[in-house]
Design a protein around this ligand. Structure first.
Ligand code: F6R
Length: 259
């Protein structure tokens, strides 16, 4: 695992966007797993900036949502398909048919989950998956005690997560109780994982994910199992890492061929 510590959230966005673009460039028809929430927004701003400067194009890319609420009408601004359209897809040259999410309106949720995994596999799997981290350690919406080998399925949100996400809704009661999320096993199948976080409120979660014991009680610790995980965080989010100085040294002394 590589841990990159930078000054602030904008720098997190710039560095993570460079990591993502480098991985996408390696494939002719790349696949990019996208997350919602606040943490990825600086990454999306950086990707939109790179697109506007002609540095990157998404015409051959397919984007896949990490998760989706159940029970929201398709035109709801907080449905994650709409959130990603607003934050990223609607500002770049991604063909409309290349944005994929689980079919949250399908009457058979299990079928929708299996079908989502099938489409991802058909396109060769996810090349690079961007993730944030929840205050209870969730990645995607894999709440504590999620199986470390879980696949895409329905999950019930914890009271903590519904409370954390209430800021996006008119009232806390409007936050859906159920979601479809890629499983931890599905997330670990991605070729490259890029986890982003910024701010002091993420410091405890980042320390447990990077340095804590591997445990289903803290799903983000599963990134320790991945062969190519990059954690991009700001100084505040790095505040509780025991080996922060070591990670800075590793990054500062990276051999030129690895840059
Ligand atoms: C969103 C998602 C969640 C968020 C997490 C952190 O698609 O899967 O795991 O990444 O809840 O959210 P923020 O970044 O808003 O703190």
């Amino acid at each position: 695992m590589e841990v990159i510590i930078v000054a602030d959230a904008d720098a997190v966005g710039d560095v993570a966007a460079r990591q993502i673009m480098a991985t996408l460039r390696r494939r002719d028809t790349p696949t990019f797993g996208v997350a919602t929430g606040s943490s990825p927004l600086p990454v999306y701003r950086a990707l939109i900036g790179a697109y506007q400067h002609g540095v990157v194009s998404f015409t051959r890319t397919h984007m896949f949502l990490l998760d989706e609420y159940l029970g929201l009408p398709p035109d709801h601004p907080e449905s994650y398909l709409n959130v990603i359209r607003t934050a990223l897809a609607g500002h770049v040259d991604l063909p409309a048919g290349n944005l994929h999410g689980p079919d949250a309106a399908h009457p058979d949720v299990e079928h929708a989950c299996a079908e989502y995994e099938r489409v991802i596999a058909e396109l060769g799997g996810i090349d690079v998956q961007l993730i944030g981290i929840g205050s209870d350690g969730h990645i995607g919406f894999n709440e504590p005690t999620s199986s470390l080998s879980s696949r895409t399925r329905i999950k019930t949100l914890t009271a903590q997560t519904r409370h954390d996400n209430a800021r996006f809704f008119a009232s806390p009661d409007e936050v859906p109780v159920h979601v479809i999320t890629q499983g931890i096993g599905s997330i670990l199948d991605a070729g490259h994982l890029v986890l982003v976080a910024s701010g002091e409120s993420k410091a405890a979660s980042i320390a447990r994910a990077v340095e804590g014991p591997l445990a289903a009680m803290f799903p983000a610790s599963a990134i320790q199992l991945h062969r190519h995980a990059t954690v991009v965080i700001d100084e505040a989010a790095a505040g509780q890492l025991t080996l922060a100085d070591y990670y800075r040294d590793v990054y500062a002394n990276k051999p030129a061929w690895q840059q």
